[in-house]
Design a binder for this molecule. Structure first.
Ligand SMILES: Nc1nc2c(c(=O)[nH]1)N[C@H]1C(S)=C(S)[C@@H](COP(=O)(O)OP(=O)(O)OC[C@H]3O[C@@H](n4cnc5c(=O)[nH]c(N)nc54)[C@H](O)[C@@H]3O)O[C@H]1N2
Ligand SMILES: Nc1nc2c(c(=O)[nH]1)N[C@H]1C(S)=C(S)[C@@H](COP(=O)(O)OP(=O)(O)OC[C@H]3O[C@@H](n4cnc5c(=O)[nH]c(N)nc54)[C@H](O)[C@@H]3O)O[C@H]1N2
Ligand code: SF4
Ligand SMILES: [Mo]
Length: 702
């Protein structure tokens, strides 16, 4: 028998925090390195397409700056002096510091802090097992999805919607508040098919002419934070012109008559004044979706990163409901499929170990928390020890000055488990080197689609790096938690347990062959034909903003978040955004960069080359008024801080609006502070979250 040839391609899932969760074919080179990554052609959502930054993964996994050894701080925090230490000593040190913190102030003084650097369910969520086993402070994860998910569920009752593959069967694809070309390229694959095969129109609603706007047949560039007004005008047109589906409304919605009356004063002129769009633009959009049954609304996160974001999502979602688009294949709306998977990760997360009385701390308010704000600490002890995995708070979190000041506290011990020496790792007491996704086993599930995808270990990690799972298990042993349920198991065992508990009829071994499972739901359920997911089966035009049906409700220990009363009874334009004033004449959005993924890839040469340098986009009229020329450095600031940036003068932004695409490392800025110096951590109504694109600022020549 001939020896089988070594397989040249392995199968995996993209681990990054992107709604696409692409199924990947990974080229495995004979020398043990990886080559090119491709989208799996046989996965019906990925359809052979992935983004360029992940296709170039070789430059991330084999990056010369990758962390390889545990490093202990020598000298002051952030001074940049390190000594290498062995893994055992490093883990002993973390355990010693955690026990010390616990002895001094109780277990809630320890705050394990994480997010979605990897979306793998084992490597991402295992930190919660240790948290719960030890009674450490909880994390209320608010940074990304709160406003969007809350707004959606207030209307539809559950986080699911029309299958995104149906976009290919749509006659009008509305891409609302998501820069899909950059942030989830697969939406465009399916939209392009609809255009090519059916002549579908593509409508894009954003605040600047980004790469997705460039694909639009109808490009609507509105003022930031005014999407609720546009939504109202579209629904006004529907009632006015008889394109509202009244039979559908009577059957499927809570109060169509009340809505119609409420919208009577919210027509195109009213919305034009608020949004900055022309009456013509609003009318032609209203007419287009009024004559197109198969209108598909792909609602993104971007437009919800405003202080009225939850209300904006609810208002936008109400539009296809008024027109009745839900009833047709290729019509309706979609934001996230998070509710369809039914995955039970309770063993991974140590859910049974959780003490319900333990306090939660708001992830987005880490700055206030670490600088000792009593209210943010829920009246409990200060945080004096942290393990940070999968996130880079010194860069990505709002109120960056406070975050950095907190991380610099001498009485705070911080261990950062990372792949690179990030802004956060630079401020740590101890840095632990982490594996990358091709070097460990994990399982992933889509948010923007319907697959569960396996990501088995395909290559050997460098000898001295360790997975998140390893670190959690090793700490559990040292902290006396290892005998508890969920500990002492391999990644594979945890994955098999997860599948079993969730009633998925496969196991790790079989999934290696199957690669993924499509959990897509049938048309009736996806389109809410059998009713919306509230008790009475009706879509709610009148949300219960204080109600219990919200996916991101804060734990009760945090108390009420944000001012519910500021939200309206019906879809509306809500005036809670950080409006301009005499001292702050500009609105700033901090939109994602195409070649970065949050703060990841800001270290890879291919992405850096294509992104250039950090910049502030400004309209020519504003530049003229400020007497600025291309490349001039300005100081931009507000009540939270200020920084210097070079300007790019461009008509892609509206007058009065500034856009900075990021996230660049803090060290890439002229003064070593990043864009989040300008963003706020005040919890957005009704359930918290950070309004990253909602900042008023002043501007000065530097
Ligand atoms: N290349 C790349 N891909 C990414 C990411 C990345 O950083 N880079 N991040 C990943 C993550 S964690 C997430 S959550 C998703 C988010 O992906 P998206 O859903 O696309 O959300 P955002 O990227 O926050 O913003 C999308 C767009 O909304 C615009 N916007 C801002 N304010 C408003 C507004 O008031 N109204 C309207 N209509 N538009 C507005 C922004 O300018 C931006 O162009 O992307 C993921 N994918
Ligand atoms: N100004 C501004 N700020 C923003 C946003 C914005 O639009 N504008 N977007 C916000 C959003 S939506 C989000 S979701 C957050 C995201 O914020 P983060 O979750 O912090 O961002 P990422 O860059 O995705 O991941 C963080 C780190 O995880 C590490 N990592 C990856 N895999 C592993 C692993 O297996 N193990 C370990 N230990 N580490 C790993 C990466 O190296 C990376 O440094 O940022 C938010 N911040
Ligand atoms: S970042 Fe998003 S688009 Fe790129 S490969 Fe990963 S899941 Fe796909
Ligand atoms: Mo996110």
């Amino acid at each position: 028998m001939n020896k089988p040839l070594p397989s040249r391609f392995g199968h995996s899932a993209c681990p990054h925090d992107c709604p696409s969760t692409c199924a990947l074919d990974v080229e495995l080179l004979p020398d043990g390195r990886i080559g090119r990554l491709r989208g799996a052609p046989d996965n019906s959502y990925t359809a052979g397409v992935i983004c360029a930054k992940v296709a170039r993964y070789a430059e991330r996994i084999h990056h010369p700056d990758r962390l390889l050894k545990p490093l202990q701080r020598v000298g002051g925090k952030g001074e940049g002096n390190w000594r290498e230490i062995g893994w055992d000593d490093a883990l002993d040190l973390v355990a010693e510091q955690f026990l010390k913190a616990e002895q001094m102030d109780g277990p809630e003084a320890v705050w394990p802090y994480y997010y979605a650097g990897t979306m793998g369910l084992v490597q991402r969520d295992g930190i919660n097992r240790l948290r719960h086993a030890k009674g450490y402070s909880g994390q209320f994860s608010t940074i990304c999805t709160n406003m969007a998910w809350t707004g959606w569920v207030m209307g539809a009752g559950a986080l699911r919607g029309a299958d995104p593959r149906e976009i290919a069967k749509s006659d009008c694809v509305v891409i609302w508040g998501t820069n899909a070309v950059a942030t989830q390229v697969n939406v465009m694959t399916h939209a392009a098919r609809a255009r090519k095969e059916r002549g579908a129109k593509i409508v894009v609603i954003d605040i600047y002419d980004n790469a997705t706007m460039a694909q639009a047949d109808l490009a609507l560039k509105l003022r930031p934070g005014t999407d609720g007004a546009l939504a109202c005008a579209l629904m006004h047109i529907a009632f006015r012109d008889g394109t509202a589906d009244r039979a559908y409304l009577d059957r499927y919605t809570d109060d169509p008559k009340g809505l119609e009356a409420h919208l009577a004063t919210r027509g195109p002129e009213w919305a034009a004044a608020i949004t900055g769009l022309s009456v013509d633009e609003i009318e032609s959009f209203g007419a287009l979706i009024g004559r197109t049954q198969r209108s598909y609304f792909r609602l993104g996160y971007g437009f919800t990163r405003q202080r009225n974001g939850a209300a904006a999502m609810h208002a936008a979602l109400s539009v296809p409901t008024v027109f009745g688009h839900w009833q047709y294949e290729g019509g309706g709306a979609f934001h996230s499929n998070s509710d369809i998977f039914g995955l039970d990760g309770s063993l991974i997360q140590g859910a049974a170990l959780r003490d319900r009385d333990t306090r939660f701390l708001d992830q987005s308010r880490i700055g206030a928390i670490l600088t000792g704000d009593r209210e943010a600490l829920s009246g409990g002890p200060p945080v004096t020890a942290m393990l940070v995995q999968n996130t880079n708070p010194a860069n990505v979190c709002p109120e960056q000055r406070k975050v950095v000041a907190g991380l610099r506290r001498e009485d705070l011990f911080v261990a950062v488990h990372e792949q690179f020496l990030t802004d956060t790792a630079k401020l740590a007491d101890l840095v632990l080197p982490a594996t990358m996704f091709l070097e460990h086993d994990d399982i992933y599930r889509g948010g923007g689609q319907s697959h569960i995808v396996l990501g088995p270990k395909l290559t050997e990690p460098p000898e001295t790096v360790r997975s998140n799972h390893f670190v959690i298990e090793a700490l559990a042993e040292r902290l006396g938690a290892s005998g508890k349920p969920g500990f002492g198991m391999s990644e594979r065992d945890l994955i098999t347990d997860l599948l079993e508990r969730s009633g998925v009829e496969t196991d790790f071994g079989s999934l290696i062959e199957e690669k993924w499972i499509d959990k897509g739901i049938d048309f009736e359920k996806a389109h809410f034909i059998d009713g919306f997911a509230h008790e009475n089966g009706k879509f709610r035009f009148r949300p219960d903003w204080t109600g219990t049906r919200a996916p991101n409700r804060p734990p009760s220990s945090l108390g009420p978040q944000g001012p519910h009363a500021s939200l309206s009874a019906f879809p509306d334009h809500v005036e809670t955004i950080e409006g301009v004033d005499e001292d702050h004449p500009y609105r700033l959005a901090t939109s994602p960069a195409r070649q970065f993924l949050n703060s990841s890839f800001a270290e890879t040469p291919g992405s850096r080359k294509r992104e250039g340098t950090p910049a502030l986009m400004i309209h020519p009229d504003d530049a003229a008024r400020e007497a600025l020329s291309e490349g001039d450095v300005v100081q931009v600031g507000n009540q939270r801080g200020d920084l210097r940036l070079a300007v790019t003068i461009t008509e892609t932004v509206r007058p009065g609006v500034l856009v900075h695409e990021g996230l660049w490392a803090n060290s890439d800025f002229l003064d070593g502070e990043g864009i989040n110096v300008l963003t706020g951590a005040d919890p957005v109504a009704p359930y918290g979250g950070a309004a990253f694109h909602d900042n008023r600022v002043w501007l000065r020549r530097s």
